[in-house]
Design a protein around this ligand. Sequence first.
Ligand code: MV4
Length: 445
Amino acid sequence: MFKKILIANRGEIALRVIRTCKEMGIHTVAVYSTADKDSLPVRFADEAVCIGPPAGKDSYLNMANIIAAAEITNADAIHPGYGFLSENSKFSKICHENGIKFIGPTPEMIDAMGDKASAKATMKAAGVPTVPGSDGLLDTLSDARKEAKEVGYPVIIKATAGGGGKGMRVLWNEKDLNEQWDKARQEAAAAFGNDGMYMEKFIEEPRHIEIQIAGDQYGKVCHLSERDCSIQRRHQKLVEETPSPFMTKELRDKMGEAAIKAGEAINYEGVGTIEFLVDKHRNFYFMEMNTRIQVEHPITEEVISYDLIKEQLKIAAGIKISGKNYFPTMHAIECRINAEDPYNDFRPSPGKITHYHSPGGHGVRVDTHVYAGYVIPPYYDSMIGKLIVVHQSREEAIDTMLRALQEYVIEGVKTTIPFHIQLMQNEEFRKGNYTTKFLENFKLV
Ligand code: MV4
C-alpha cells in the first residue's frame, strides 16, 4: 500500500480522501491555493503545500506545481478527486513519467472515453446498447440532413468533445437542423477547440441512471448497482438516490451486465461510472463514461457498506477486487447543498458562514469541509456539502432527509436547502415519478 498520498483537489472531496487515508494509516499531503489556506483539508492533512494563487488554472489545474509538491514531500501517489485534473490524460501520464501513481485510469483509458463519438463506437462494438444515430462524426450539413431523415426527427446533435450537456442541440425538424448546424459547430469549436459533431435519435423525457463499476489491474470488472440522477437543473445534479425508484431486478441485471461489458471493453482500472439514458419502456442506452470518483459516490457506499475511496486506493496499489457484484440492501438519498439562491435562478452566493449547525441522528451523513466562520471563496464551484441519508425504505429515507434538512442551519449565505425541503414534500417526487425534465416544471413557493 502507498505510504504517502497527495490530494490534488480541495473542499469536501479532499477531506473525504484524507479521512480514508487516515483510517488506512497512509500519510497525506494537501495542496492548496492561497484562497484555501484556512480550509479543513489543509488542517487535517499531515502536510500541506501552497501551489499558487486562487484561480483554478494557477493552482488546482497547475500540473507543474502539483508534481513539484509531490516530489518535495516524497508522495508516492496522487489522488485527483473529481473535476480539476481527474479526467486529464496528460496529468495521468505526467504522474506516471515522474514515478508517481495516479489513482485512476491510464491516459489511454481516459482518452478512449473523453472523445464521446469514439467512446460510443467502442461501446457499440462491445455490445453495449447505444442510441440509434450516426456512426461517428458527421462532416457536412447535407450528411446531417441525410442521417436525420434515416433516424427520424426529433434528433439531437452532440459535440464529440463535449459531455455533461455542453454543445448539444435538439432538432425537431429539418428547418431546425438547417438553422442550428453551423451555430452548434462554431460553439463547439469555440468551447472545446474541436467542432466534431455526431447525431442521435432524441429520447424524450429519459431518466439518467448510472451504474458504478470497479475494475482491477488484472482485467476483472464488477458493478455496484445504480444511482438515479434524473433530478438535475441545467445539467447540474441536485439530488441522487439508490436504488432508482424506476429500477426492477431484471433491468438492474441487464444494465449491470452492460456496464461490466463497457468496463471490460477498455480493460478499465479504477472506479468508474457508466451513464445510461433510460426511456419509459425501460430501454437503456450508453450515454457517457466517467473515469473518476463522482460527487454522488456516498449513496452507493451507504447501501452496500463499502468505502469507494478505499477501493480506489486498493485497486491503484495492485490489490485484486473481490469480483462480486453488489446490490443495495438499503435506500440512500443525497441532496447537494450549494451556496446558491434557489429563489434567484440558483445564483451563486459566496461569502462568510456566520452560523452553522449540522444535522445528525440515525441514518444521517454530512460530507462537507465548511464550519462556522468559514468563508466560501468565489473562485470555485458552489457546492458546500452533501447531506446523505440511509434508511430501510425509500419513504423512510425521504422522511429522514426532510427532518435533517429542517435541522440544518447555514446562515450568512443563501443555500439550496429550501429547494430540497420542498422537493422532499412534492407528491410526484415522493411517488418516484420523475424524469430529467422534472425540474423544468417544478416551482418553488
Ligand atoms: C440525450 C438526451 C436525449 N436523447 N441523448 C445531456 C447530458 C449529456 N450527457 C447527454 N444528455 C442528453 N442526451 C439523446 N439521444 C437527453 C439528454 C439530456 C439529459 C440527460 C441526462 C440528464 C439530464 C438531461 C437533461 C437534458 C438532456
